[in-house]
Design a protein around this ligand. Sequence first.
Ligand code: URA
Ligand code: CA
Length: 442
Amino acid sequence: MNTPEIIRKKRDGKELTTEELRYLIEGYSKGEIPDYQLSAWAMAVYYQGMTARETADLTMAMVESGDQVDLSAIPGVKVDKHSTGGVGDTTTLVLAPLVAAVGVPVAKMSGRGLGHTGGTIDKLESIPGFSTEIPNKKFLELVQKSGIAVMGQTANLTPADKQLYGLRDVTGTVESIPLIASSIMSKKIAAGSDAIVLDVKTGDGAFMKEEADAVRLAEAMVAIGHQVGRKTVAIISDMSQPLGYAIGNAMEIREAIDTLRGEGPEDLTDLCTALGTEMLLLAGKYETRQEATQALQQVIENGAALEKMEEFVSGQGGDIATITDPGKLPQPKEKVVIHSDKAGYIQRIHAEEIGLCAMRLGAGRATKADQIDFAVGVELHRKVGDAVEVGTPLATLYVNSEKNLPEVEKRLIAAMEIGEQSVQAPMLIRGIVTPEGFHQYK
Ligand code: URA
Ligand code: CA
């Protein structure tokens, strides 16, 4: 094979063969094909796109570049969930125990946060003692015994994707739907589950700001799943404002506990119920949405979901006293309430800015090397559509260092736009993408 010829073929809008794609990815991960050739190819893909078949082939070439998790020791259909990243997105922390409590095993690999988005692994580590760096064997034992375990991504999962993503980041080729879809799906497929429920976010705080782009990304990922024999569906959900009220690591653990008790924010509860319902359907546990949803509501009402959270936390070495008394989670030195200086209605809450405010307080990383402060973050008191008076508390900042406080106070008040017009809260669930396409969710 000849690399310049493959690049020209894609540049001219032709379809590459399975062998050509495998040759590129294998050669690149072995260091035989240099960065400049792969970046020329990535730019050609950016302009010319890829067919569903090419996208699936690229995905599998990246899956095969590293280790693949073998979950076959766990009986039944293993369903994974992936969210495309958001602000205050506490869904995994609720969903994992919720679905496990209904009897569907959850064996999940999660990531850390970067920039304005938080990561599940960081949130879990805010529970004193909780370890996500567990050996593979222990991970499988926990899933067999309790039906639930969450671990950090192993080092050798899809190394070709890591390399290519790094290259795209510096060559203006991140923003390509087939490249994003294959990047995300390669990690999910290598993580070993049989079926995948995706939560593709849209809006200000999301990777895909426009709904139409979120739908196109979801369609590409669902198509990959089906091409490679992993049932996949995607829910398109709103990330124009943060999810729930809490944005911060320990704060979101507390919000997850509240939600598992049935006392969580409505949007977080509704989204977890929808995603959980799709997980139970893909696992083959129920035939209809209604039955699956009822099963989830039941484990919240009878306390089984909260008990599963305790079992999960104790299994991974965490202090379960934090579940009954979330006051035992890391607490900030100071809480600063931000009051409204206007009367009216909340028009918008810029999710990305709120995420950056939490990061500036220490809840997230600006660079990979930064340390996280588990106790700090932003607690919202109002969401889009709510009425406020002058002096109404809009948010509380959980603070350990005053360093960035004046800046964060200013940015936070600007991020919560207040106007005279009454407005409707944004629709949380915009629809669902199945292999048949995009439909309304009901
Ligand atoms: N997230 C990923 O994992 N890969 C991309 O290409 C973009 C976002
Ligand atoms: Ca939240």
